[in-house]
Design a binder for this molecule. Structure first.
Ligand code: KG4
Ligand code: ZN
Length: 335
């Protein structure tokens, strides 16, 4: 079975083809970063318009790369939510129409399930069951995964997602959009000893998160230090480092707790923030020290992409699920 996947939930147009014999046959991602950079964040209307321009050419491109004709696709998967509604409508309408024209089943995929299953595209793939830490711009969730399609949310952020906290703090530090990776780069030059940020909600039981206080803490620390500092660029790097350490530490503490409480031995990380190098180093070491194993998606599949949607769509179609002609993209959708 061969599935075309289309991702248009935010500011990346992703298209890919997954084949159950050959794995990922082709995948392409077009990032809209340059379009949104001058506004300091994603402009939904511009995102939708650009997805319209890019989706069909990317579909043509991956079909050509995989040396396939349209008639050789057995199903079309598209991101049905959550995300920006206008952006979702583009991928959904194109995906649904192609499936109808090609007379193959279509399946609307949950974006976060896509992220969650992306580590299964890497070799060696983790065996089930496992705990998943989903850390993206819109979500921070700990999920107990007993089988594909069976997800129990163990904890989630009560306010900002981890990626959102990275992006907002990056803005305070006057870093360009997209802030997360820029902040991580700046943090490499920072002194981890100079400032100490809190580790929110780690001193009480439970697996929920709260990251919004960290950006306020960063703002206050920055203002106080900049007031009597001669080297503001060093201060910015030190604040970035302290912020990153706090987020990483908090995520590590909660993941360790989730494994202990459930007795699971495998942890997977997924979503944009799972590309963070410091997080990977610290998490892998901490989980190994407890006798557990940590898995990640390939770096190119941490952030939004079509491969995870094609793969998730394949899993759904294989399980005999697809949807009627009437479809409904959802801006908000719990997994
Ligand atoms: O999964 P994703 O591409 O889109 C959503 O579904 O939200 O995640 C994007 C988020 C952004 O907040 C971005 O700043 C963050 O992931 N991110 C990072 C890094 N790379 C991406 N955060 C910290 N360090 C990174 N290296
Ligand atoms: Zn995402």
């Amino acid at each position: 079975m061969r599935v075309l996947g289309i991702e248009t939930s935010c500011d990346e147009t992703g298209v890919a083809i997954f084949d159950d014999q050959h794995g990922l046959m082709a995948h392409a991602v077009y990032s809209q970063v340059d379009i949104h950079a001058e506004y300091g964040g994603v402009v939904p209307e511009l995102a939708s318009r650009d997805h319209i321009r890019k989706t069909l050419p990317l579909i043509r491109q991956v079909l050509a790369e995989a040396h396939l004709d349209a008639g050789e696709i057995d199903g079309v998967a598209y991101t049905a939510g959550p995300g920006l509604i206008g952006a979702l409508l583009v991928g959904s309408a194109i995906g649904r129409s192609l499936a109808w024209g090609w007379q193959v089943p279509a399946i609307g995929v949950h974006h976060m399930e896509g992220h969650l299953l992306a580590p299964l595209l890497e070799e060696p793939a983790p065996e089930l069951p496992f705990i998943a830490l989903l850390v993206s711009g819109g979500h921070t969730q700990l999920v107990d995964v007993t089988e594909i399609g069976r997800y129990r949310i163990l904890g989630e952020s009560l306010d900002d997602a981890a990626g959102e906290a990275f992006d907002k703090t990056a803005k305070l530090l006057e870093l360009p959009y997209p802030g997360g990776p820029e902040l991580a780069k700046l943090a490499e030059r920072g002194d981890p000893q100079r400032f100490r940020f809190p580790r929110p909600m780690t001193d009480r039981p439970g697996l929920d998160f709260s990251f919004s206080g960290l950006k306020t803490f960063a703002l206050n620390t920055l203002n106080t230090a900049l007031a009597d500092e001669t080297d503001p660029s060093r201060t910015r790097a030190d604040v970035a480092r302290a912020f990153e350490e706090a987020v990483v530490d908090t995520l590590v503490i909660k993941c360790r707790r989730a494994l202990r409480e459930t007795g699971r031995k495998r942890l997977i990380l997924a979503g944009g923030v799972s590309a963070n190098r410091r997080l990977r180093e610290r998490m892998t070491a901490a989980i190994a020290a407890e006798g557990g194993e940590t898995f990640y998606p390939p770096p190119s599949l941490c952030t939004d992409n079509g491969a995870m949607i094609a793969f998730t769509g394949y899993q759904r179609l294989r399980a005999g699920q697809h949807e009627p002609l009437i479809f409904k993209p959802r801006a908000r959708w719990s997994m």
